[in-house]
Write a protein that binds this ligand. Sequence first.
Ligand SMILES: C[S@@+](CC[C@H](N)C(=O)[O-])C[C@H]1O[C@@H](n2cnc3c(N)ncnc32)[C@H](O)[C@@H]1O
Length: 155
Amino acid sequence: MFSRLSERVAMARLSPLARGVRQANLTYLSPAKLAALEEALDDVERDNVPGDFLEFGVALAGSAILIAARLDDVRSFHGYDVFGMIPPPGERDDARSHERYTEIKEGRSHGIGGETYYGYVEDLYGRMRLIRERTFVRWPRMPSPAKNSLPRTTS
Ligand SMILES: C[S@@+](CC[C@H](N)C(=O)[O-])C[C@H]1O[C@@H](n2cnc3c(N)ncnc32)[C@H](O)[C@@H]1O
């Protein structure tokens, strides 16, 4: 009950673009985390913080859309992801990461809003292009992933 109320309050703080991203099931971020991201982007703009945007973990590009919406002629966006099945955790990763990986590997993971988990989607990269073309969410200055997301994996 309380969490639903706080989620509604956080949703009300979001920009229409962030609300659209969330309603289109394009992000794993909670409304509170999206609000924090938008506040950080406001700070960057207000204080003229120099530099580019790097995102490690693009998934369905929800947060990337919000970041890319703030690009100007100088700043660029670089998004990194495997765009497919995630690699297995290492021996220094915690038990929760191993459990989560097993769940994903065994096909038991669910996507946002009951959709297919993105790691099971063949050609997620191509699918993202389709999302970009077909959703109402505008990706105003989102660079082409093919050109700007190299390398496609992080090490
Ligand atoms: C929680 S999701 C990112 C959420 C996203 N920013 C959003 O708005 O919903 C984490 C992403 O990190 C990626 N990832 C995890 N480990 C990785 C690795 N070792 N190399 C590249 N990508 C990785 C996964 O494929 C996944 O898309």
